[in-house]
Write a protein that binds this ligand. Structure first.
Ligand code: MF3
Ligand code: CO
Ligand code: CO
Length: 265
């Protein structure tokens, strides 16, 4: 039995655009606050207050018992890092992941930041991971399949010497934070769910500098690389359209980089 993935209505999309605008604002705001000496709890508080002040709901709060507005994943943390008393050091590489609900609909996006000056290797891992996200997004159009998205992501990671985490995927998104289908960051071209106009889902590749295996810390949330190598992730919420895609969570600050990337291809 094929799983039918519903297209979002115009009203649902309108709410997703509003949720997205707030999530975009969070990531645009928080960059200036990421510096050595601040705690991840402090960064989470700023994000939480921004969401509420702009009329959104921090959708992670209360989700499966999670208590924070963001996940903040530092260095070897792959995803679901819990904001807390950890103070950032010069050179730390971190992902801030935020989910906003508005009008009953969700937007989910994350970006990489560095406290102070990242190492050359950290900066490269972050850049290649963002290129993987962009390559995956560029595959999106009606008639393409999710295997096409996964394949280009995995190939770009692999040819640059990085592994792709398989234990966590992108996901459909809408009235629920996590909906069908799963969006794998590896796969075979011409396979998997066929994209249809009006589908909304995230693409959120996690790349490791070392091996792809992950472990879960005793807090039940924090996912780390098993070999403790550096990990990076970028995430967007994307709408499939008849002739392509719309990146609902595209930030004004990344537009120039996005256009330069598109022009190269
Ligand atoms: N933002 C995550 C994702 O990309 C999910 C957050 S889990 C939560 O799917 F518990 F923090 F909500
Ligand atoms: Co997500
Ligand atoms: Co997310």
């Amino acid at each position: 039995m094929l799983k039918v993935v519903d297209a979002k209505s115009a009203a649902m999309l309108a709410s997703m655009r509003e949720a997205s605008a707030i999530a975009v604002g969070v990531l645009e705001m928080i960059g200036a606050h990421v510096r050595p000496g601040v705690t991840t709890a402090y960064l989470d508080r700023l994000c939480h207050d921004y969401i509420v002040a702009h009329g959104g709901v921090p959708a992670c709060v209360g989700y499966l018992g999670y208590r924070h507005a963001t996940c903040i994943s530092v260095n070897q943390v792959v995803c679901h890092g819990i904001p807390g008393p950890l103070r950032l050091d010069d050179g730390d590489l971190l992902n801030i992941d935020v989910v906003v609900r508005h009008g009953g609909m969700h937007a989910d996006t994350s970006a990489m930041f560095a406290a102070g000056t990242p190492s050359t290797e950290a900066a490269r891992l972050s850049r290649i991971t963002q290129e993987c996200l962009y390559l995956g997004i560029a595959e999106v159009r009606a008639g393409k399949r999710l295997g096409d998205v996964g394949a280009v992501i995995h190939e770009h990671a692999h040819r640059n010497g990085y592994s792709v985490v398989r234990d966590f995927c992108g996901h459909g998104i809408g009235a629920a934070m996590h909906e069908a289908p799963q969006v794998r960051h590896f796969g075979q071209r011409h396979s998997g769910v066929r994209l249809m106009p009006g589908m909304t889902f995230t693409i959120e590749p996690m790349l490791n500098a070392g091996r792809r295996e992950v472990g879960l810390l005793a807090d039940g949330w924090t996912v780390v690389t098993r070999d403790r190598s550096l990990s990076a992730q970028w995430e967007h919420t994307v709408l499939a359209t008849t002739d392509g895609f719309e990146v609902l969570t595209l930030r004004p600050g990344e537009l120039a980089g996005w256009e330069a990337f598109r022009a190269k291809r």
